[in-house]
Design a protein around this ligand. Structure first.
Ligand SMILES: Cc1cc2nc3c(=O)[nH]c(=O)nc-3n(C[C@H](O)[C@H](O)[C@H](O)COP(=O)(O)O)c2cc1C
Length: 138
């Protein structure tokens, strides 16, 4: 079966509270477990940046569902590619928000604000990978 990785960013339609984020992650982790999808989500400054990995048809369907979620819009696909092995397989959906480490990494990339729109694919993937090792515990 073909395994793929998809990266996108989007704009939250309103400020997300902790309980909004818990709701998204709770649903995501339960669904992704049964779909054998995994990934990593960052939320800060009203931007979402997400990596999703899994079997191609399951992942495509999930992405279309997520894209219709009214909690965000301006969904922008960064990349979609086949992968031999998943990068984020330890997390049904990892999560990181604006911690000190988060801003330290952004600064290393020459950015002071979280704005995935200015990240290229390599930067977005590397940011998500590094933050998967520095998650916010929700
Ligand atoms: C930024 C964002 C990321 C999301 N990520 C996922 C995800 O990885 N997996 C998932 O099943 N739902 C995710 N959701 C939620 C879906 O859009 C949708 O609410 C959920 O799949 C509906 O599940 P249900 O049909 O079981 O109620 C996400 C929503 C948002 C706003």
């Amino acid at each position: 079966m073909t395994q793929v990785r998809l990266l996108y960013f989007s704009r939250a339609t309103r400020d997300m509270s902790l309980s909004d984020l818990k709701d998204i992650l709770g649903k995501a982790r339960a669904n992704n477990d049964s779909l054998e999808v995994c990934g990593m989500l960052c939320y800060e400054n009203r931007y979402f940046l997400q990596a999703l990995e899994g079997e191609r048809s399951a992942l495509n369907e999930l992405y279309l569902d997520i894209a219709e979620d009214p909690r965000h819009d301006e969904i922008t696909l960064i990349s979609y590619c086949e992968v031999d092995s998943p990068t984020f397989e330890r997390w049904k959906m990892g999560y990181a928000a604006g911690s000190a480490e988060f801003y330290r990494l952004l600064k290393e990339m020459g950015q002071t604000e979280f704005s995935p729109a200015v990240m290229n694919e390599a930067q977005a993937l590397s940011f998500l990978k590094l933050m998967s090792g520095n998650q916010s515990g929700i």
